[in-house]
Design a protein around this ligand. Structure first.
Ligand SMILES: [Zn+2]
Ligand SMILES: [Zn+2]
Length: 248
């Protein structure tokens, strides 16, 4: 009983933190975007018209996302792991954080490609109703879609000795990156985000929403480049935004 209450308490705190970050960052990014219309990635579309439905869907799906993180914190506390979490040091912290991001990108790429398979697409279609994504689109998912992607934060602490604070930091990084990545405005295009660099900018996931069959990964373009699913226009478009940035 005490354990159940503890789990529900962690879940509630996780949900409240997710909501605060979603709305807080969303409002800030919206204010910044308003001042930079020239940075809009799809100038002919107004994704903002869907803000209300996207926010409603997000408030629901964040219950799942925050629950996965809560489970990933709670289960190691109960000793339900292959290995106890590493003691937190600079080396274990930075090393496990980097490993978590790399593994999540791999999980996301292959899980995301699976969700595009005909039999599973019914769970992912909702996310693609946002053709021009906005700051509110990141969590606009069905509950099953949210679980497919976010269960990473539930499963990984069971098989890897990730210190809980590193798990939270990785989820926080994913949140910040994901909401910026859906913002529809480009601020990060430069030579570090196009070939031969594996890093990406906002245009990367925006093109996944616009063109559908490309750019499945999350943090890096590596898997898409290796598997031939990189949008053929990605590197050129990054170069174009780079020019805009240099002329201002
Ligand atoms: Zn997709
Ligand atoms: Zn998306």
């Amino acid at each position: 009983m005490d354990s159940l209450l503890l789990f529900l308490g962690i879940w509630a705190a996780s949900y409240a933190a997710h909501l605060a970050l979603y709305f807080g960052q969303g409002v800030i990014l919206t204010a910044i975007n308003r001042r930079h219309p020239e940075r809009r990635i799809q100038p002919k579309r107004r994704g903002e018209d869907r803000a209300r439905v996207e926010i409603l869907a997000s408030v629901k799906s964040l219950v799942v996302t925050s629950g996965c993180l809560a489970g990933g914190i709670f289960l190691p506390m109960q000793g339900i792991t292959l290995w106890p979490p590493l003691e937190l040091t600079w080396i274990s912290g930075i090393g496990m954080f980097a490993l978590t991001l790399l593994l999540y990108d791999t999980w996301f790429y292959w899980g995301h490609r699976l969700m595009h398979v005909r039999a599973l697409y019914k769970h992912h279609f909702w996310h693609h109703r946002s053709v021009a994504p906005t700051v509110w689109s990141n969590y606009s998912d069905t509950l099953i879609d949210a679980f497919a992607m976010q269960s990473f934060y539930l499963v990984m602490p069971l098989i890897l000795p990730i210190p809980p604070v590193v798990l939270v930091a990785a989820r926080l990084w994913d949140h910040v990156n994901g909401q910026i990545g859906h913002s529809g405005f480009e601020y990060f295009a430069d030579r570090t985000t196009r070939f031969p660099s594996p890093m990406v900018c906002v245009t990367f996931h925006d093109q996944h929403h616009e063109h559908f069959n490309y750019n499945f990964a999350n943090y890096f373009s590596l898997w898409d480049r290796i598997c031939g699913t990189l949008d053929p226009d990605y590197d050129r478009k990054v170069g174009e935004f780079e020019q805009i940035r240099q002329t201002r």
